[in-house]
Design a protein around this ligand. Sequence first.
Ligand code: ATP
Ligand code: LTN
Length: 332
Amino acid sequence: MTARKIVFSGIQPTGDFHLGNYIGAVKRWVADQALHDNIFCIVDLHAITLYQDPNVLRAKIRQAAGVLLACGIDPQKSLLFVQSQVSAHPELTWLLNCVTPIGWLERMTQYKDKAAKQESVSTGLLDYPVLMASDILLYQTDYVPVGEDQKQHIELTRDIAQRFNNLYGETFALPEGIFPKVGARIMGLDDPTVKMSKSIATDQKHHAVGLLDSPDQVWSVLKRATTDSGKEIVFSDAPSKAGVNNLLTIYQALTDQTQIEIEKHFEGKLYGALKREVADVIIETLAPIQTRYNELMQDARALDAILQSSAEQAAARAAPTLRKAKEHMGFV
Ligand code: ATP
Ligand code: LTN
């Protein structure tokens, strides 16, 4: 029997989780849970690379745990822990910082985008991908299921691991990114030229659908979704069809139908009908998640117990790799 593959992924407790997070990442984590040895992390140390109000952050960390469990992360099959509770993550980050050329970090597109929006850029924002590499490398991870926006960070993680292994001897496994076939990059509903993102959703009401949004809220965003002046309901790479393509992609990811079936289903229909049907499948997907979330949040102690037990197990699993890295570097 071959050993089960180790899966690691993370999500930031910044703002409310949206449909892009669900389709691009969480749906896959849940679906593949039985196949692998899974470690999921609420990456609060990443969240603080941009200022977070402490009271809001505290609430969002618990909310994140509740939403992930409600989506189907099963503590019997997966670890679900909070990054700041396992000190091996920042500790390995320091070691990896010392083998990572600054130029590698300055080239990261997420850094350039986020830095461009800040008056003053923290060292943490630049260092963000090294912390992410530590998350992944600490567990000898095989697979990292994420949305397409993280591709560059996964490649950097491999580069850092390889450089460390070359300098100090074999220490880290090289991880592989896993991207969904459908919905690896869900676009903003108000503006299909930008990725749906938590940070934009905080300021712009009609940008995203949150996983805890009510049916009325879902419809209010969907009915305003940007389309185009044509009337063809088809999958298309053409920039002018980006809005319709995004709605169809959401529909496809949530119904698991083929593109041909979906185009046939919408043949001859108007954009208003497309929006209504996409809203309906979203509402149907979210209803059981929200029911479960409300139940889970009744019992804060049980939730904290899951996080604590997972953090203890994660710390135990991270320790041997951290020790090996330190030994290889010459620490006594
Ligand atoms: P922020 O705006 O705060 O950077 P975010 O919305 O990009 O947040 P993250 O916590 O950075 O969310 O990402 C969590 C997971 O969701 C990652 O695997 C990421 O690739 C995926 N993801 C985020 N946005 C999308 C999207 N629009 N489409 C598909 N996957 C996405
Ligand atoms: N940078 C990721 C979040 C993240 C992550 C990780 C994802 C932090 N550490 C490790 C996968 C593996 C993002 O989604 N923005």
